[in-house]
Design a protein around this ligand. Structure first.
Ligand code: SF4
Length: 236
């Protein structure tokens, strides 16, 4: 059953959930967004992308800051960039899409059909997991719902390595994205913040100072250990 708009959650939450359920809960339930260097750089990058407007390059129309939503996944957000690629007659002839699905969309004041292609900007470099890919896939699903098209791929652009990585929207990635969207809704409705699990990725986590994973999330224990550490440093 489709979600109603008041149940919509942020698409970015999928990336947070795939990274760490506790981080997702702290950000989306506690609104405890803690800015570290990585998130600050990421936000500057997103701001630049969103304020740059629209432009055209050859057979690609580039739109920035497009609002997205999917009633099926119960998600909403803003796309960094959606490129609309003009469908060539050859591509159109070879298209395997079901007859009920359009092969592209019409754009105002432009001839032909155009296929949306989401591009998500990330600070840093490609990661070994699917955290970023599921966020991109959710954006693609939103575009499919909005334009009644079937997309095959999108891209992630990494600022640090200046790499554009193509992401194929495989059935596996779509299933993972749909499953995470469901888990995200269940997490938020449960109202329960998962306990911390100290792991390697904690060192790059924006919420580490709020989460306190080395103290098991126990603020008092953390304060005590800090006091003890400071005392030892003063004595030595
Ligand atoms: S510090 Fe570690 S356990 Fe805590 S939210 Fe971040 S990744 Fe999760």
């Amino acid at each position: 059953m489709p979600y109603s708009e008041d149940e919509f959650l942020m698409i970015s939450g999928l990336q947070h959930l795939a990274f760490c359920p506790r981080q997702c809960a702290l950000i989306h339930m506690e609104q405890a967004w803690s800015e570290n260097v990585l998130t600050a750089l990421g936000e500057v990058m997103h701001e630049r992308v969103h304020t740059a407007g629209a432009e055209s390059r050859s057979d690609v129309r580039i739109v920035r800051g497009l609002k997205l939503k999917s009633a099926r996944l119960g998600l909403t957000g803003v796309a960094d960039v959606v490129e609309f690629h003009k469908v060539s007659p050859e591509t159109s002839d070879n298209c395997n899409a079901a007859p009920s699905v359009c092969q592209g969309v019409k754009l105002p004041k432009r001839s032909g059909l155009w296929v949306p292609y989401p591009v998500e900007y990330k600070h840093g470099k490609p990661k070994p997991d699917n955290c970023d890919a599921v966020q991109l896939c959710a954006q693609a699903i939103c575009l499919e719902e909005a334009f009644n098209v079937q997309l095959t791929s999108g891209a992630l652009f990494y600022g640090q390595s200046r790499q554009r990585v193509v992401v194929e929207l495989t059935p596996e990635l779509r299933r993972e994205t749909e499953s995470l969207a469901l888990q995200f809704h269940q997490l938020i409705s449960s109202g329960v913040i998962p306990p911390p699990v100290l792991q390697k990725r904690c060192q790059n986590c924006s919420m580490v100072d709020v989460c306190l994973p080395s103290a098991g999330g126990n603020v008092q224990q953390w304060v005590d250990s800090m006091v003890e550490k400071n005392l030892k440093e003063r004595i030595s």
